[in-house]
Write a new protein. Structure first.
Length: 339
């Protein structure tokens, strides 16, 4: 199997559904299947494709303890840097919430615009939290499995605008579906929907631009860790550990391929147990790797903050205020998955 690090990791069973996990954290809007888009930095230029052997045939997982669904938290970090420049798996919960908030902002602005024009928007897939496996949240994975996360709440509608003409913006649909479909506004619906989707995209882009460039540089800074001798040494123990769980693969990429296969072929009623069994094995076997990578990422972040002091000061001064303004104007809530 060849894993290209310039693409979001979309498990087979999610290729026509909302994405819920990916191998590498990429800035910008996240979209499934063939419509992936990166708005800030082409990480692909910095990473070579990794190869692994074909996964072993799937075997039945060991029984997994049933746990309650993941919760939601509204607790903000003390420092917005932790949302934008995560260095640990637990910190990526804040990053996931920020990404969801921006996507909800796009939808809320588009919906408000459509309401002003007496029309509706096309049906849209639910927004989901997207987990980052380059910075794996092992405690979360151990408890909830490879893909399951908290459910993103339906947004609270913001103030309804009156007498406002929708503005034309630039950009794609930011994951909100096509601009075809009918509403109640008559023959001009398609054009109006396009304008409203563009307005939502513009609002989301404006919000994302407050942090995306810095975040893209940070994720690029993490790439060399893949070749770090201490990390490579820790990863050599992964196949043996997974084998003790009945998972025969050569490396981490092989594990992800096997997880994709099992998710695609397992009956729906058994899928939660399979995902939790896979997550339990992955979390246990990756802890020695994260024991090396996490301190290294924290050291890299300390250096990164010093090297980008001016941009970090701007981020700290502006991000929370920008998010509050978006909530007050359009209604999206900033929430995060929590174990």
């Amino acid at each position: 199997m060849v894993r290209q690090a310039d693409k979001h990791r979309v498990p087979a069973r999610h290729r026509h559904r909302p994405c819920t996990w990916m191998r590498w954290p990429m800035p910008g809007p996240v979209r499934c299947a063939a419509t992936l888009r990166v708005t800030v930095v082409a990480v692909a230029a910095l990473v070579t494709a990794a190869c692994s052997a074909d996964p072993a045939p799937p075997s039945a997982p060991a029984p997994a303890t049933r746990v309650s669904a993941a919760r939601l938290s509204a607790a903000l970090p003390d420092d917005p840097v932790l949302m934008v420049l995560p260095a640990t798996g637990a910190e990526t919960r804040w990053t996931q919430g920020l990404d969801v908030f921006v996507r909800q902002e796009a939808r809320a602005v588009a919906a408000s615009c459509a309401h002003d024009h007496g029309t509706g928007l096309p049906a849209q897939d639910p927004i989901t939290f997207i987990r980052y496996y380059e910075l794996p949240d092992l405690d979360f994975v151990a408890r909830h499995g490879m893909s399951a996360s908290a459910t993103v709440p339906a947004p609270t509608p913001g103030p309804v605008r009156t007498g406002t003409e929708a503005r034309t913006g630039d950009g794609g649909d930011d994951g909100r579906g096509s601009a075809s479909g009918s509403g109640s506004g008559g023959s001009g619906d398609t054009a109006v929907v396009r304008r409203c989707v563009a307005e939502g995209t513009a609002a989301a882009t404006e919000l994302r631009d407050t942090y995306a460039a810095l975040q893209g540089q940070w994720f690029s800074t993490l790439v060399p860790l893949r070749r770090d001798p201490a990390v490579l040494h820790a990863l050599r123990g992964l196949p043996g550990c997974l084998a003790r769980h009945g998972i025969e693969v050569r490396d981490e990429n092989g594990f992800f391929a096997l997880a994709d296969t099992r998710e695609q072929t397992t009956a729906a009623d058994r899928l939660p147990a399979v995902e939790r069994a896979l997550g339990s094995a992955y979390a246990e076997c990756m802890r020695p790797v994260e024991a090396v990578r996490e301190p290294a990422r924290l050291r890299l972040r300390a250096r990164f903050l010093a090297d980008h002091a001016a941009e970090v000061r701007t981020l700290r001064a502006s991000l929370f205020a920008s998010l509050r303004r978006a909530t007050e104007a359009h209604g999206p809530r900033l929430v995060f998955p929590a174990p």
